[in-house]
Design a protein around this ligand. Sequence first.
Ligand code: CP
Ligand code: NVA
Length: 311
Amino acid sequence: MVRHFLSVTDLSRAEAEALLDRAAALKAEWHAGGKGVHPGLPMQGKTLALVFEKPSLRTRVAFEAGVTQLGGHPSYLSANDIDMGGRESVPDVARNLSRWVQVIAARVFKRSTVETLARYATVPVINALCDVEHPCQALADMLTLRERFGRTQGLTLAYVGDGNNVCNSLMLLGATLGVSVAVASPPDYRPDPEFVARAEALAADSDATITITSSPDEAVGGADAVYTDVWTSMGQEHESARRRPAFQPYQVDTALMAHADPRAVAMHCLPAHRGEEVTAEVIDGPRSVIFEQAENRLHVQKALVLTLLEL
Ligand code: CP
Ligand code: NVA
């Protein structure tokens, strides 16, 4: 059966741990090899289609560079190229791509679009971000935490800001891997209760907790990691002016970081708006692991593609 990766919950804890182990091994191999190609070129002759309805730097380049380093070929298709759902239906895009390529990564506005692609594709489909999840990001974030702390079990992560796609995937994968997640959001921008309930169920199995609060100080108190993301996600630009005042008290700055554990790291999925959700001092400061997270996108996405292709 074809294996897709639409949500972090498509991985069991053991599978997620194995994927992070593989990403770490690929990272070590890549650095040892002078950041060139991987021995054996496991993706030789294989193509990854990147179907992107929204802009991207990290996700796109990490997939493109990663596939190249594994000996394969990326084919990037923007909304201008294929106008999925306009020029051609989503099922027909899936049926066509499946005839030529071995794996599809899709960045879409609606979760239902990536689900439809997966339903009609006969090759693995990866969710490269949708409105409710950003699973590739959460994998890179967990690898980053594991590198820094040597484990995920028992860590606490404070997510301060919008209860969005990044927050949902972090809650779910954190809970899977034993990371307690405390979310501080303005009352109108809390994560969807459906995702909170699913994360709580996973946390019950991993001795972790999920906490939802309006108080950044409460969420950050003693945390090992403090994470934030933009106040306005792609597709919500028309809400930007209304959101700004609600989120102002949720800025991650040096004063807020002082409530965290002395060894705590600052995290952000990027792109960041310095001076809005996070200050430049935090992004560029000594506690920031933000560009490690960005690098780790490369390693986890390679591990993911190889795993889905059973290579
Ligand atoms: N963090 C992340 O997914 O970045 P891009 O939107 O640039 O891909
Ligand atoms: N929440 C952001 C993440 C970008 C990587 C968005 O969806 O725009």
